[in-house]
Design a binder for this molecule. Structure first.
Ligand code: CP3
Length: 339
């Protein structure tokens, strides 16, 4: 059954078909989510544990996913550390008081997940009772959170972040350490609240040269993940194709792949014992159904029967047609490795 399918794949076992879920499977492509958002801001939603559970359930009611992911956002923890986070219409997150110096870093508040981030923990406890499938927890990886904290929002080139990293490496390291401890605490609290596993999103680590990936991003991810006991851990990075030989340094039990990388190639570099997750291009959900099914099957075929979780290579975009999600879910569920 479904719960064991996700657990088995994340444990590196052979499954008759891969389990399937999608990054950002809850969100603006669904009318029931947009309806809630007319009444509440995104941050208000993220602060209400009952509503986080409800939004996590929305895609699980509509589709036959084999896993859920608790509804929240990677940036909420920065708000709890004292950063003034907002989400403007159409232009993503912004932080009004970004971190630019050692003094700023030392002024960050200590975060205790149980005290400061109760909503996703409450949601996980509710979902443990009501969700039909296992539900994952998650957090942003220290490097990716540092990018937003230093830059004050999204960026194409992350110039301020890289400048702080190279001009004041001790300060940048202190920031990563603070973030790693807070994130590790949050991940472990999610496991204790019932998460079937946790995913660390290192979206922007792909902006780094390998040297700095190994000096900053991977050890910080490992520091966070070392706090997680008793559940599988996934490490996801965008643009990580060239990073395969080193990703194990994050210390996760499984690797999430973005859509650019060939799954068979990734597996050949990572080694046959590393469970992987991925990696359909989320924009393929706009392709004709036949092409979408062909691409879905090609990924499963290339991944092989052992230790594989089907997912997108990044999050669903808001314009995604809802029928396409069902086409993919059903194509994965129809797959059989053995008779
Ligand atoms: O996957 C899920 O369904 C769980 C919930 C989830 C959200 N964000 C909800 C969300 C998860 C796992 C995330 C992760 C996240 N958030 C990442 C890492 C993964 C990635 O996408 O690279 C990052 C970088 C963020 C930061 C963030 N949050 C951005 C850049 C934005 C704006 C994006 C946009 O399209 O406007 C958000 C907002 C956000 N997070 C929304 C949702 C559903 C949209 C909020 C809204 O309703 O307006």
């Amino acid at each position: 059954m479904s719960p064991t399918l996700l657990a088995a794949a994340l444990a590196g076992e052979t499954t008759e078909r891969p389990p399937v879920w999608m990054m950002r499977q809850a969100g603006r492509y669904m009318p029931e989510y947009r309806e809630l958002r007319q009444r509440l801001s995104f941050l208000e939603l993220c602060d209400d544990g009952d509503l986080c559970a409800e939004v996590t359930m929305q895609p699980l009611r509509r589709y036959n996913f084999d896993a859920g992911i608790v509804f929240s956002d990677i940036l909420i923890i920065l708000q709890r550390m004292g950063l003034d986070l907002s989400f403007g219409k159409g232009h993503g997150p912004a932080i009004a008081n970004p971190v630019r110096s050692m003094a700023d870093i030392q002024a960050l508040r200590e975060v205790d997940a149980v005290r400061d981030l109760p909503a996703p923990l409450k949601a996980l406890r509710i979902l443990k009772e009501i969700a039909p499938v296992p539900v994952l927890g998650f957090a942003g990886a220290p490097f990716t959170l540092a990018c937003y904290a230093v830059e004050g929002g999204g960026s194409r080139d992350w110039v301020r972040t890289k400048r702080l990293m190279w001009e004041q490496p001790a300060a940048f390291q202190a920031l990563l350490d603070r973030l790693a401890d807070a994130v590790g605490d949050l991940l472990q609290a999610q496991v204790e609240a019932g998460a079937a596993g946790v995913q660390l999103f290192d979206t922007w680590a792909g902006a780094l040269p390998v040297e700095d990936l190994r000096r900053f991003a991977l050890p910080a991810a490992a520091r966070a993940l070392s706090r997680v006991k008793g559940a599988p851990t996934l490490y996801f990075t965008r643009d990580s194709g060239p990073f395969m030989p080193w990703l194990h340094e994050a210390g996760a039990s499984a690797i999430g792949l973005d859509w650019r990388v060939d799954v068979a190639h990734a597996r050949s570099v990572l080694g046959p014992d590393v469970p992987v997750q991925g990696n359909l291009d989320p924009i393929a959900l706009f392709a004709p159904a036949e092409e979408l099914v062909r691409k879905t099957r090609a990924i499963i075929q290339a991944a092989g029967p052992r230790g594989f979780v089907f997912n997108l290579g990044h999050g669903i975009v808001p314009e995604t047609p809802m029928d396409a999600v069902e086409v993919v879910v059903e194509a994965v569920r129809a797959w059989r490795w053995t008779g």
